[in-house]
Design a protein around this ligand. Structure first.
Ligand SMILES: [Ca+2]
Length: 191
């Protein structure tokens, strides 16, 4: 028994090292392609993209116009992000992905607002599976270097084998400077 107990103690010492290896959890995989907008056209400051544009990999511009942001401000993740208002235009983006009807999914994203926007609070609408919800960001005091990116999240239940997520502006005051968007993720919620 002493020997057996000794082996058990040894196992207790070594097993945690084995388990500490990173193991990706399927439920945490981002179902979106290019959720952080890093893969797209060459851009210095910013690049205006019209409705219908698919220049940013995985995404389509759904309305008005957006600005694809390079060095114009400090992105929330990586070095590219979006201003959902173009130059000018009130815009939005969408992406479709595979889902299972009846299963729950969590959308998360980083949101900020264009510093100096005539709207001191910028607001987006998030839509999927026939549901929608508004999210706001107060850009008061924010700068292009200190955007104050905030994480937002929302859940929906899929109704089809494919779901389209759209995020678009709800602002209607300043068509040059709107909600800022980065690092969009959709993950399956464990049951
Ligand atoms: Ca990014």
């Amino acid at each position: 028994m002493r020997t057996l107990c000794g082996l058990l103690v040894l196992s207790a010492v070594f097993v945690p090292h084995v388990r500490s290896a990173p193991v990706p959890k399927a439920a945490e995989v981002n179902l979106l392609v290019n959720g952080g907008f890093e893969e797209g056209p060459d851009v210095d400051g910013f690049l205006a993209l019209d409705a219908g544009s698919e220049a940013v990999k995985g995404w389509a511009v759904t309305r008005g116009q957006i600005d694809y942001i390079g060095t114009h401000w400090v992105s929330g993740e990586g070095s590219r992000s979006l201003d959902l208002h173009g130059s000018p235009g009130f815009g939005g983006v969408k992406q479709s992905f595979q889902t299972t009807a009846g299963h729950k999914y969590r959308v998360s994203f980083l949101m900020a607002g264009s510093p100096g926007s005539k709207s001191s609070v910028n607001t987006v609408c998030v839509r999927a599976a026939g549901k929608k919800e508004a999210f706001s960001f107060d850009n008061e005091g924010k700068t292009h270097k200190e955007m104050g990116w905030a994480k937002k999240s929302w859940e929906f239940v899929a109704t089809e084998a494919e779901t389209t997520l759209e995020i678009h502006t709800l602002d209607d005051e300043d068509n040059l400077a709107g909600p800022a968007l980065d690092d969009v993720r959709v993950v399956a919620v464990k049951k």
